[in-house]
Design a protein around this ligand. Sequence first.
Ligand code: SF4
Ligand code: FES
Length: 252
Amino acid sequence: MAETINLKLKIWRQKNASIAGRFEIYDMQGVSTHMSFLEMLDVLNERLIRESKEPVAFDHDCREGICGMCSMYINGRAHGPLKGTTTCQLHMRHFKDGETVTIEPWRAAAFPVIKDLVVDRSAFENIIQAGGYVSVNTGNAPDANSIPIEKAKAEEAFDAAACIGCGACVAVCKNASAMLFLSANVSQLALLPQGEPERNLRVLSMVKAHDEAGFGACTNTGACEAECPKEISISHIARLNREYIRAATNEK
Ligand code: SF4
Ligand code: FES
């Protein structure tokens, strides 16, 4: 494997939401194949700052696949070419010498561009605030094993809880639907006894917040599951639909 490669970066630049954006081309020589994708962007930005040019704005925080901040489209794929991988976990050895790499922000009406590759994902916060929590009276923490939960349910809830709120499911959906994100957050609590007291109110409120934010409806194309970096299953969307019908008809 080559130690370094040369790339042409085609990056979306946009000053703010009210000014039209455009692609700009940057030649990158001698990119180490051991670098992460974000480190490669750091190198570009250091160069732009040395040249007294505006660095490329992009979101990042943990750089280890946990926080969901590093959201961008790379060569037409959310988080780049690898399955089950966030942008910060992507390394330059997966690109070819001489390749043109196109980098864009998430494109969805509910995620307006703030600057360059950074979008406003506060619509996700609004959905969580509508019910993605359990109300727990303060006091001593109960022993971990005081509420028995069957293993299969605990594991399914844990899989749903792996959602990092990155927004890739919205960006890849032709309807810009956030149903995978929404379902992961409804499902994990619907599976656990701790979620039972607020179960009906939660799903009704969260679906309302989803629709009010301008996210589209789900038409079961499955692009969200295919591109989710945490490989969240669309079976959670099926559970969300069941939870919603149950709550709307006030079944017990
Ligand atoms: S469901 Fe997957 S793609 Fe959607 S926000 Fe959660 S981790 Fe990201
Ligand atoms: S920077 Fe946190 S998941 Fe990528």
